[in-house]
Design a protein around this ligand. Sequence first.
Ligand code: IMP
Ligand code: MG
Length: 179
Amino acid sequence: MRTIIEQGHTFEEWMTPVQIAKDVQQVADQINRDYADKMPLFVVVLNGAFVFAADLLRRVEARSEVTFIRVSSYYGMASQGKLNFLVPLQQSVKGRDVIIVEDIVDTGLTIHQLKAHLRAEGATSTRVAAMFFKPDKLEYNDARPDYMGHAITNEFIIGYGLDLDGFHRNLDAIYKVKE
Ligand code: IMP
Ligand code: MG
């Protein structure tokens, strides 16, 4: 089994590229069914979602567009959070059926705030496609993914776009931290 050592933690391969591809295809199948007669605009959340988005969008059959956004959440006191737009929206979402593409939904704060922003900018609908979802950590119910590759427990994972302090996004498999 392949292992990665980073910052004193050992990560073990947990999902192979073949398993990942199956989940991505399943997400694409659902989007293809729901958006067959629509023209979605994919809003990809950088940096983490770039690998998932590249695989997913090549399996989407609907006539569609893609744009990118980069956000970071700053946690103030208590559970208050503020979304900071490092790369703002480059394209109008007014009247569009938006599909947000995320690597992983954890507390859901990022998606919760991004959805509010997109709605304020006039999006007709805002759905979420996330490769991974940690249901036990969800704090914002409207951030529950509409399309999901894989639900996971609370362990930390890296690879396939997901990082530990910026590293290992390029791994082709998912690695889970060993207890
Ligand atoms: P949320 O706003 O709490 O849902 O945080 C989502 C963001 O946290 C993701 O876009 C990731 O950048 C990061 N994140 C959460 N869990 C993990 C993990 O297991 N590995 C790597 N990044 C994670
Ligand atoms: Mg992210």
